[in-house]
Design a protein around this ligand. Structure first.
Ligand SMILES: *Cc1c(COP(=O)(O)O)cnc(C)c1O
Length: 358
């Protein structure tokens, strides 16, 4: 029996699941993880926190994760309180809950591609129509073009991504402001890479007080190096938090996840200590590729998007991707003809990537 033989939903027929390759190679620079393992003292602190929960695993965890939301609000600053913050198993789950509450059958979500491939997949899974609006050919987005596409489609949700994955560049705050002024629905700004932004790049968190339909999505998967821990969160008006509580599964965040994440946030100085080193490698990749004649998008993230053929209009990214893999370097083909994305990791990983590409 195959999928198509099942009485599966019509809108899921012929679809392919999210599938970034998970391959066992020496240099893995394809999913924008933090390449640095957790420091020993953080490992110990998380271990203790998890240990402290074990006797009580006979009980359900705090459904509302209040203690965790308190430390996350404190981390975000901007005068936010726990009532403004919601957490789930990764920002993917956070965004799925937002689509469950604000999207669904008969409703529309709009995003500006190329952007994060999970936004349309989460819309699909929740029965929300996806409108693939477009960025400029150079991957920029200006306020006039953004607003025109919103007026044309009148979506219930708008996804913005800043810094944008896979292009790496942060949005001009004017775009976010213009979209907030025009959009009727909620506006989600996915700031998964906020901690890596170049100096002077403001977070959409600064816009929250004036915009009750703005939702800023964050994650511990990237800068915090906590991808395996699965913890994402958002900041918004308290009414938005109440709205997602209507659709979340009760006890969606296990006691172990909550305890581990609380301990990780408490150790944030040690965890975020790698951010500067990663930004250095990011800038080194950008500079070196430009010196070699490649077209490279400006990056505020921990990855770099580059055109695979220096000097040529377009190269075949699939060939370059495979040849790098043959040399033990796994990077990401995001399905953008002629372009590939590479994560900035350790200096040794950058060495391996640059040498293999050469
Ligand atoms: C990596 C990434 C995430 C992280 O998702 P989690 O579920 O929190 O691991 C979210 N948004 C974007 C744009 C990303 O690139």
């Amino acid at each position: 029996m195959r999928i198509d033989d099942l009485p599966i939903r019509d809108d899921l027929r012929g679809q392919t699941p999210y599938g970034a390759p998970q391959l066992d190679v020496a240099v893995r620079l394809n999913t924008n993880e933090n390449s640095y393992p957790l420091p020993d003292d953080v490992v110990e602190a998380i271990g203790k926190a998890v240990q402290g929960e074990l006797r009580d695993l006979n009980r359900y965890p705090d459904r509302d994760a209040m203690a965790l939301r308190t430390v996350l609000a404190d981390y975000l600053g901007h005068g936010l309180s726990p009532a403004n913050v919601w957490a789930a198993n990764g920002s993917n789950e956070v965004q799925q809950q937002l689509l469950q509450a604000f999207g669904g059958p008969g409703r529309k979500a709009l995003g500006f591609g190329p952007s994060y491939s999970m936004h349309p997949l989460l819309a699909l899974g929740t029965g929300t129509d996806w409108i693939g609006a477009l960025r400029d050919p150079d991957f920029g987005l200006d306020p006039v073009a953004a607003v025109a596409q919103i007026e044309e489609h009148d979506p219930d949700l708008v996804f913005l991504c800043s810094p944008n994955n896979p292009t790496g560049t942060a949005l001009d705050p004017e775009v976010i402001a213009a979209v907030l002024d025009r959009a009727r629905g909620v506006v989600i700004v996915d700031e998964a890479y906020a901690e890596f932004a170049r100096a002077g790049t403001p977070s959409a968190l600064t816009l929250l007080p004036e915009h009750p339909r703005l939702i800023v999505s964050r994650t511990m998967s990237k800068a915090f190096g906590f991808a395996g821990g699965r913890l994402g969160y958002f900041a918004a008006h308290p009414a938005v938090v109440e709205a997602v509580q209507l659709v979340r599964l009760p006890y969606h965040l296990s006691a172990l996840t909550q305890a581990a994440a609380r301990a990780a946030v408490a150790q944030r100085d040690a965890l975020l200590a790698t951010v500067e080193a990663i930004k250095e490698q990011r800038d080194r990749i950008v500079d070196t590729l430009r010196e070699r004649g490649y077209r490279v998008a400006d990056s505020d993230a921990n990855f770099v998007l580059f055109a695979v053929s220096p000097g040529e209009a377009s190269g075949n990214q699939k060939v370059t991707w495979q040849r790098l893999l043959d040399r033990g370097v796994l990077i990401r083909d995001v399905g953008l003809p002629g372009w590939l994305r590479v994560t900035a990791g350790t200096p040794a990983e950058t060495d391996a990537f640059l040498e293999a590409l050469g």
